[in-house]
Ligand binder design. Structure first.
Ligand SMILES: [Mg+2]
Length: 481
């Protein structure tokens, strides 16, 4: 043991230096190099991209959906005792529609043990391993490309921010049925809850303090702008009147409502239709997309033909990585920006002393284990076993700091989550809010950090001066001039 301690204290390369490079939550992060100088046209989704909603909306959706289950689907009155639990779930979780289990899955399709929930209670690792014959989820039953559960894929991935109340309600209803020993079909339950939570309410409180400033900045710099949303005109109009003002439509060159994304990006057949201010649909064929008019549905192929806005001079922002961004990246070559509101909270957590300390200790322990495992004598192995147990504890502590049920949206222990993997594939840049754009001038180039591949030396100099740790924000530059 003494020799290990000796080794430990004398081999400084095993102990990572505690970094005090805190990350600014207003940073725009790059997966792929991109210069705003090349972007002439900016496109936006509406909900959770330009408009944000107070968490009261989730309570409201939960209550409406729960009451409709009771009143229209004759679910037990006892469900009334359940209230919305704000931090029970995180986005990006998978739900096994047949087994009624909610869980987090990593980039390699492995279930993260300790994050499998039946109703409101965790399922033991042993039971999970028995049910799935291990932790791996085969491709055939994983959610489909858009995260849906269809054609034999029994897993559904919840990607929408509006799905937080839906997941919570599913968990509550499962909990009630189990508690009361009611025999039920999980597939019916999933379908009933799904239908109910699609119900969009008009009583909401929305905000977007900086949205107006962002749109004005782009407009003043001569950029074209458009909106493609799945929401209906009256909903968007009311929100934009509040956030931007009555003249919000003057800022956009094209406005498309009820677009039916992701099918908008794939289905060539659906024509555009003009909508009057009163919401009346007109029958004339569309030959131009005119500024000041509102169009419904349509499709991207027609949009590209009518506007000529093709390829990498277009940057589109959305919060739904699959239905807003995936097809644009894979098929159409537009640049994409993901809006991920959870980033702000997670970065603030990662900047705490508690988190930095936990991660530093966890990395040190892992490094020790990696080096010391070659000592096979019983005394050494006893110490190593102790370290392994300690590492397990540290890992679950690191998870709990973010969310005690499911941990971080981005990581399953060491690995990226399934969500993270697809985020890095489908989004050129990502950020907590559209307002992060205010920190950069419109000629800024985003350079992703060169993160070493596993076979590469980690010792190249870091881009510490220009990387995410210390970005030259526009305001700081102005001050130093
Ligand atoms: Mg959205």
């Amino acid at each position: 043991l003494v020799s290990y301690l000796f080794y430990f204290s004398f081999s400084s390369d095993l102990i990572p230096v505690i970094s005090n490079n805190f990350v600014n939550p207003d940073t725009i992060f790059a997966n792929n190099e991109m210069s705003l100088q090349d972007i002439e046209i900016y496109g936006f989704d509406y909900d959770y991209t330009l408009a944000f909603y107070s968490s009261n909306l989730h309570t409201l959706i939960f209550n409406i959906a729960r009451d409709i289950l009771i009143q229209e689907h004759r679910y037990p009155e006892g469900l009334k005792e359940y209230e919305y639990i704000p931090d029970f779930v995180v986005r990006g979780l998978h739900y096994d529609v047949q087994k009624a289990l909610l869980m987090k899955i990593d980039a390699f399709h492995y279930i993260q043990l300790g994050t499998v929930y039946r109703g409101l209670h965790p399922v033991s690792d042993k039971e999970v391993i028995a049910m799935y014959e291990g932790c791996h989820v085969p491709l055939e039953i994983m959610s489909d490309f858009y995260g849906k559960s269809s054609h034999g894929h029994t897993m559904k991935q919840f990607m929408d921010i509006f799905s937080l109340p839906e997941m919570t309600l599913l968990s509550c209803v499962n909990d009630y049925f189990m508690k009361h020993n009611i025999d039920y079909e999980p597939v019916h339950l999933y379908k009933d809850v799904k239908v109910r939570s699609d119900h969009k309410t008009n009583k909401y409180i929305c905000y977007g303090e900086q949205t107006h400033a962002v749109l004005r900045k782009l407009s003043e710099n001569g950029k074209k702008m458009f909106l493609i949303t799945n929401s209906p005109l009256d909903f968007v109009d009311r929100g934009m009147n509040y956030i931007v003002g009555k003249d919000w439509r003057d800022l956009f060159d094209v406005v498309i409502v009820q677009a039916d994304k992701p099918s908008f990006f794939n289905d060539r057949r659906k024509p555009f239709r003009r909508v009057t201010d009163k919401g009346v649909l007109l029958w004339d064929r569309i030959h131009h997309l005119e500024k000041g008019q509102i169009y419904k549905q349509g499709n991207l192929y027609e949009f590209l033909r009518l506007t000529g806005w093709r390829g990498s001079k277009v940057l589109y922002f959305g919060d739904h990585i699959y239905s807003d961004l995936a097809d644009l990246t894979l098929k159409h070559g537009w640049r994409t920006g993901a809006i991920i509101p959870e980033l702000r909270k997670e970065i603030k957590i990662m900047n705490t002393e508690e988190y930095v300390h936990t991660m530093t200790w966890l990395q040190s322990l892992t490094s020790l284990l990696e080096h010391m495992q070659v000592h096979r004598d019983p005394a050494s192995q006893a110490v190593i076993q102790q370290w392994i147990r300690e590492r397990e504890d540290m890992r679950s502590q690191a998870k709990d700091i973010f969310n005690s049920q499911f941990g971080s949206l981005f990581r399953t222990y060491h690995n990226p989550t399934y969500f993270s993997r697809r985020l890095s594939r489908f989004a050129d840049i990502y950020m907590a809010s559209i307002s992060c754009l205010l920190n950069y001038d419109l000629k800024h180039t985003f350079y992703p950090r060169r993160t070493p591949l596993q076979h590469e030396s980690p010792s190249w100099p870091e881009q510490t001066s220009t990387g995410a740790m210390n970005i030259p924000f526009q305001s700081q530059q102005a001050g130093s001039e």
